[in-house]
Design a protein around this ligand. Structure first.
Ligand SMILES: C[S@@+](CC[C@H](N)C(=O)[O-])C[C@H]1O[C@@H](n2cnc3c(N)ncnc32)[C@H](O)[C@@H]1O
Length: 291
């Protein structure tokens, strides 16, 4: 039996309340296809399964439904430009403004780990001696976090954006899979965190990657999350969004810095404003202020 309107509305409401992901009318096919494996495992039809979840006293089934409705699409060095910017501009800017120390980096909504591990690989090459990085990676879904922590990827996943030289340096073939090096795996700390909740690790981050997740939220939720990121970034820190995302028209408290084929953002009006762009380092994309 297909999903009734009542069951669809229950799922859409549950997912909106627990993750802020919007499932408007018309997304019934998505809900059906994502819940089908759970329903099959329970030996139930889709609508029966949703009714069983509604009646279940435990939270576990509800969490599984919310996780099933997350979209976990990701790849290595996704879109390229943010990682070029990280290596060529962000690290030089952060380390020129500060004495060498530990950089604090947060990959929020990290999915199966390709994003934070791409950050770790980039930082390994970009950080000057005596500077280290703490990389925190978070997601709402325990299932993607378990995969990220395991650091094992199929050939198909590895083929999505991982350069051969990086694969040779940081991965080992293990049966049909590729296993990330222990060193890289240990350099990222994975934690479950809902973007609707307070920061899982306080303030004072130098860099936040928040990519390809705001697109699932309504404007009020985007504003709430961007305001929180503004608070957790230290003055002079950087925010990196997905290629289809921007703060413009959503939250005016950010300065947008076009870089190559992409952009990054810095918090405006923080307790002590960052030095004027381009700070003390020339941009890698030519001299003078970015256009
Ligand atoms: C499309 S993936 C993006 C992965 C990675 N940032 C990238 O750009 O490749 C979106 C991720 O956001 C997570 N997500 C969705 N809603 C969330 C929420 N409220 N809090 C934390 N993570 C959430 C999903 O579980 C999913 O793994």
């Amino acid at each position: 039996m297909t999903l009734t309107t009542d069951s669809f509305e229950f799922v859409a409401d549950l997912v909106r309340r627990r993750s802020a992901i919007q499932l408007e009318a018309g997304k019934e096919y998505l809900v059906e296809s994502r819940l089908a494996p759970l329903a099959r495992r329970a030996g139930l039809g889709i609508d029966e399964f949703v009714r069983a979840v509604r009646a279940a006293p435990s939270e576990h089934e509800r969490d599984l439904v919310v996780e099933a409705l997350t979209t976990n699409e990701t790849s290595w060095f996704r879109d390229g430009a943010p990682f070029v910017a990280l290596h060529q501009h962000i690290v030089p800017a952060l380390t020129a403004e500060l004495a060498p120390r530990r950089l604090r980096v947060w990959s929020a909504a990290c999915s199966t780990g390709q994003e934070p591990y791409s950050i770790a690989m980039t930082l390994q090459d970009a950080l000057p001696p005596q500077t280290e990085a703490d990389i925190l990676a978070t997601d709402l879904s325990e299932q993607v976090l378990a995969r990220a922590r395991a650091g094992r990827y199929s050939q198909l996943e590895v083929d999505r954006g991982l350069p051969a030289a990086m694969r040779a340096r940081h991965f080992q073939a293990d049966g049909a899979e590729w296993r990330i090096s222990d060193e890289l795996r240990a350099s990222v700390r994975f934690l479950r965190h809902n973007l609707l909740d307070a920061s899982p690790a306080g303030q004072g981050f130098d860099l936040v990657f928040l990519r390809n997740v705001l697109i699932y939220f309504d404007v009020a939720t985007k504003q709430q999350i961007l305001a929180r990121m503004h608070r957790v970034l230290r003055p002079g820190g950087f925010l990196v969004l997905g290629a289809a995302e921007t703060t413009i028209g959503v939250d005016d408290d950010w300065e947008r810095l076009p870089l190559g084929r992409g952009s990054v953002y810095r918090p405006r009006g923080a307790a002590s404003d960052p030095p004027p762009w381009p700070a003390t380092v020339p941009t890698p994309f030519g001299s003078g202020a970015p256009r």
